[in-house]
Design a protein. Sequence first.
Lengths: 115, 116
Amino acid sequence: AQSVAQPEDQVNVAEGNPLTVKCTYSVSGNPYLFWYVQYPNRGLQFLLKYITGDNLVKGSYGFEAEFNKSQTSFHLKKPSALVSDSALYFCAVRPNYNQGGKLIFGQGTELSVKP
Amino acid sequence: SAVISQKPSRDICQRGTSLTIQCQVDSQVTMMFWYRQQPGQSLTLIATANQGSEATYESGFVIDKFPISRPNLTFSTLTVSNMSPEDSSIYLCSVEDWARRNTEAFFGQGTRLTVV
């Protein structure tokens, strides 16, 4: 079965330190990969995506993500965390359209950045 | 990018009643979806809203409970019928342009529903 896993329910980071939010997936073929962020009482906001090409993709608010095909991972990173980065982060995968093509979401990771 | 207006943003409803949520997009889109996000959980796809025809429901969701309309390419509604406290969730509208396969999904701000 196709799935996306975010192994950490919560990640705690001190402001100014680097952060990593992990994501692994189990989808055949060459899926498209996405990260979204959800602030309290808000919808999901798009951060970045991997479609093809360079394994390191850069997105909004200084976030980047590294695609690793052999490990089927797409970890979200930021060199220096801000308190305002505290939010709920979702990894999502879109399988090939011949497999349905609908987004599959991870369970989410709560990021807490302390001053 | 698409701008999505979702109404209402929140509501508190009595059990046994129904609530209709509206989703308006500022441009024509090929695909519209409705998701449910239960407290502390991830997004679960309810259905794909098909323009001019019946919605396509995911396993565990039925039309009688979650009727959906999509009269045109920019508007859709989701009704939560005969509500119970278990329906308390955030309901999210999402749009995607499958004519451009590598594009991301856009989401409305969500409707926070509390059933008492």
